[in-house]
Design a protein around this ligand. Sequence first.
Ligand code: IMP
Ligand code: MG
Length: 174
Amino acid sequence: MSKMNVMIKEDEIKARLAEIGAEISKDYKGCEELVLICVLKGSVYITCELSRHIDVPVVLDFMSVSSYGNETESSGRVRILKDLDDSIDGKDVIIIEDIIDSGRTLSYLYEMLKSRNPKSLKICTLLDKPDRRIPESTITVDYTGFVIPDKFVVGYGLDDCQKLRNLPYIGVIE
Ligand code: IMP
Ligand code: MG
């Protein structure tokens, strides 16, 4: 059994998501409906925790995408496995991501959602690995939990072959 090292503790994650929730509440003050798009499956845990710290009316919607490509490199072309339930036309929308790596998947997703004419569209991610970003990536991240080095991490929604999502902290398998 390989050893698991804790990179970010559960209470640090929760504290940071509470801060981001407060920041979002301030930025969207007066907003009547804020749509949080949870990108399945990794963002489930983050969306639950973060949304509890937002004090403007929140609506949740879920999307499931799979990126074409090999095991280690996503191609950037995204196949929609489950689309949103409702239209985002004219709505304030935040995409919630677990991690941004190369940025391929999110660049594609962002442009696709932008074409549906939301009033505003922002990106929130728990983790960012900027060292891995491809130059063609067009996204800017509006809310970032933690910037991390180029290591493969698991937990708090992030998986290793679908497992370990339920770890309450962010860990690195050594
Ligand atoms: P991108 O298109 O290269 O940015 O791919 C991002 C996706 O790759 C994330 O949504 C994760 O599903 C996965 N991913 C990237 N880095 C990690 C990691 O360190 N642990 C687990 N999944 C990761
Ligand atoms: Mg994954």
